[in-house]
Design a protein around this ligand. Structure first.
Ligand code: BG6
Length: 482
């Protein structure tokens, strides 16, 4: 445990979700389909989407789509937020489903019913003094923008996103102070399916497209920051990156150099643009390494000025694991992770899905990010995906999850003591929801258990896990009792 004064009084303890993974109601009240609605359930979901003949379309005869139903949060959000309030949440991070507001994405007038849902969701949070933290775009591009426009490589998406961001910023800027423009924008480095809406059949294997898509997103993000700050200068608008601390396998300078490149290309590239307002010096080397022809990229002076003048206020990031870079041992064992690779670290244990558990890596991440950017940090995702067992009396003894979270909170406390400016902590999937990478329900992160299995069976009842009571205590004591 930590002294009570380690975490600042206004520290934002909470939890995080994304619309497409819990709302369900995928076609209700005018909502259009999103790319998440077209990703099949099951561990093979990414392998299927990576096939050359995979097309963005919903084929219910062939596949199951767990996101369509989610955990029916759309119908039960009041009950869910009441449970968050019972845990003592100070904030709640969720996303706004773009295709609920603009069903196809290219309309000019929004779907009022979609906006009404978020009015209610936000008001329900505020009723309990829970600060809403909104991700504008979380892996849920309207499907139509992927099928008709080819995803984010198409510059037209900038205007569509701008329109969407303006509508939601304007509607909620008096009630929502904390925003993020794009979830895990850097994840496209390995897999541009979810963040850029691109699969091999619409060009994801060509890194020229990935870089063009990133650039388009950087411009779109800057437009949202610009508009948000014009509306209300007190708004805090952040970027959001998938951060994986990475280590060189050994002291071999070749591995050290490879790790440096990994840090630059994966962890820092997008944040550099969004936080510092310009492409980093390593960009030319990076484009060269990935066989991208800079002459083929459409980057205007106006774009660069916009990016320079509208940088983010804070850095939101997800942290689940660390990774090891080894270029010199061809036979090293591969590890797995959320869209990232690397080799196994003999000093670390891994989750049932192979994600290597490394709380010290979070302390390192916080120090590295703060040293580099000197902007407030926000750990907006962290947690352990695990199989949970419900006992006969309805209890769920998830001490493995408590252990994981405790060690990561301890690491945040250590980083605060190191001098890092950390705003808050929203563990991922505070209520069980559909996994992004595997489309499973059985990969659970929640403090709240949802009775639903991978085949869609269950009552959808919500049950408090042991971690629910534990986290309640952590929040109550501001991190002093763990
Ligand atoms: C992050 C995403 O990569 O990790 C979330 O922002 C996702 O959407 C989370 O759910 C956990 O990953 P997974 O694949 O276990 O659901």
């Amino acid at each position: 445990s930590l002294p009570s004064e380690v975490f600042p009084d206004n520290f934002l303890w909470g939890g995080a979700t994304a619309a497409n993974q819990l709302e369900g109601a995928w076609d209700q009240d005018g909502k259009g389909p999103s790319i998440a609605d077209a990703l099949p359930g099951g561990k093979e979901r990414f392998a299927i989407a990576a096939q050359p003949d995979f097309k963005w379309k919903i084929d219910a005869k062939k596949y199951r789509y767990p996101n369509h139903r989610g955990i029916e949060h759309y119908q039960r959000f009041k009950e869910d937020i009441k449970l968050f309030a019972e845990m003592g949440f100070k904030c709640y991070r969720f996303s706004i489903a773009w295709s609920r507001v603009f069903p196809k994405g290219d309309e000019t007038t929004p779907n009022e019913a979609g906006l009404v849902f978020y009015d209610q969701l936000i008001d329900e949070c505020l009723k309990y003094n829970i600060e809403p933290v909104v991700t504008i775009s979380h892996y849920e591009l309207p499907l139509h923008l992927a099928t008709e426009y080819g995803g984010w490589k198409n510059r037209k998406l900038i205007a569509f996103y701008e329109n969407f961001a303006k509508v939601v910023l304007q509607r909620y800027s008096q009630k929502v102070k904390y925003w993020m423009t794009f979830n895990e924008i850097n994840s496209a480095f390995h897999f541009p399916v979810m963040s850029q809406g691109m699969v091999p059949s619409n060009g994801s294997n060509d890194k020229n497209n990935v870089f063009q898509a990133w650039h388009n997103q950087f411009v779109a993000s800057s437009l949202a920051v610009k508009y948000g700050h014009q509306l209300n200068p007190a708004l805090k608008i952040g970027c959001m990156i998938l951060y994986a601390t990475s280590y060189a396998f050994d002291a071999n300078p070749e591995n050290q150099m490879a790790n440096l490149k990994q840090m630059q290309d994966f962890n820092f590239f997008c944040a550099d643009v969004q936080v510092r307002g310009k492409y980093p010096a390593s960009t030319a080397r990076m484009l060269h390494d990935y066989h991208v022809d800079p002459k083929k990229l459409e980057i205007t002076d106006e774009d660069l000025a916009l990016i320079a003048n509208n940088t983010v206020d804070y850095i939101g990031f997800s942290y689940y694991m660390s990774m090891v870079i080894d270029e010199t041992h061809a036979d090293a064992d591969a590890s797995s992770g959320n869209l990232i690779g690397g080799v196994k670290n003999p000093f670390l244990e891994a989750s049932d899905w192979g994600w290597q558990i490394d709380p010290t890596g979070l302390r390192i991440a916080l120090n590295e990010l703060y040293d580099r950017y000197q902007k407030p940090l926000f750990v907006v995702e962290n947690g352990l995906g695990a199989y949970d067992k419900v006992e006969a009396d309805g209890a769920i003894h998830d001490e493995y999850r408590i252990d994981y979270l405790r060690k990561h909170i301890q690491a945040m406390g250590d980083a605060l003591t190191d001098g890092v400016d950390l705003m808050g902590y929203t563990p991922w999937g505070c209520i069980d929801l559909v996994s992004a990478s595997t489309g499973q329900m059985s990969k659970r992160y929640g403090f709240i258990y949802v009775d639903l299995d991978d085949e869609g069976n269950g009552t959808l009842d919500r049950l408090r896990k042991d971690s629910f009571y534990w986290y309640q205590k952590v929040i109550q004591s501001n991190g002093a009792r763990m």
